[in-house]
Design a protein around this ligand. Structure first.
Ligand code: F6R
Length: 251
């Protein structure tokens, strides 16, 4: 039975990020006290930057990430790790360099994989998620076109990790960071909607007025491939953490 994601509205992006960081921190420490690992699915982009800063702060206050295993959602295809816009760089700069996660527990799709190896690589990424026990909590942002990960408008609900073409809106939004649209990679590796829906819990962050319209659509009953975030209506435990600006169009 489809159900709308829950949503929580906070006065500021910082407050929303702190709330999600607190939830993640509790999960990590509870699991540690049980001698268990926790598997987090992570996103990049401007939205989760404050979340990662807050997780780094929690680490400075004593929270260990030694029992944490992470899988990132996506990576541009054709970018090596050391490219300044690679998600590998982003994740290390924003989070991994500031916490005590064992480097071997970090998984980020490799944008340098040659075409002929991609199918096997994507299957291996899925297998690694399963072998880690599945994703306990998946962090998502949302594109202005409704994408989650790089599952662009038109995405099928039943795909695992795969190679995808970026949508024009996504390329436009990335153009500035790459010094022009022509430099933005056209393809990416992304977890599929199936991978995302298999996570035990999903937390979507959305901030700012530019996300208000798509947040309204994602939180309106009705699932359509044209707005991949509406697939979250198929998930039994998803919550949108919004700031006031992103919530302005909610009834
Ligand atoms: C990032 C990702 C994307 C972003 C989305 C929002 O790993 O998968 O779906 O979450 O494009 O990006 P920002 O946060 O920059 O608005």
């Amino acid at each position: 039975m489809p159900q709308l994601p829950a949503h929580r509205i906070f006065p500021t992006p910082d407050a929303a990020s702190e709330a999600l960081a607190a939830e993640i921190g509790d999960l990590v420490s509870t699991r540690a006290s049980e001698g268990r690992t926790v598997v987090l699915g992570l996103a990049t982009g401007s939205t989760p930057i404050r979340l990662y800063a807050e997780l780094a702060r929690l680490h400075r206050e004593g929270l260990s990430f030694a029992n944490v295993i992470t899988f990132n959602l996506d990576e541009y295809l054709g970018l090596e790790r050391d490219h300044p816009e690679s998600y590998w760089q982003f994740m290390h700069l924003r989070l991994f360099d500031h916490i005590d996660i064992p480097p071997g527990n970090i998984h980020i799709p490799d944008g340098g994989i040659p075409d002929e190896e991609l199918e096997g690589y994507c299957a291996g990424y899925e297998k690694a998620i399963s072998e880690a026990g599945g994703i306990d909590l998946q962090v998502l942002g949302i594109g202005r076109n409704g994408h989650i990960g790089f599952n662009e408008p038109g995405a099928a609900p039943d795909l695992p990790t795969h190679v995808t073409e970026l949508n024009e809106v996504t390329i436009g939004d990335a153009a500035e960071a790459f010094g022009g649209g022509a430099n933005v990679p056209r393809r990416a590796i992304t977890m599929g909607v199936k991978t995302i829906l298999e996570a035990r819990r999903v937390a979507l962050l959305a901030f700012g007025e530019s996300k208000a319209e798509i947040v309204r659509r994602a939180l309106t009953p009705g699932i359509t491939p044209q707005v991949p975030a509406t697939y979250l209506q198929l998930h039994p435990d998803s919550t949108c953490f919004l700031d006031q600006d992103a919530a302005t169009q909610l009834g």
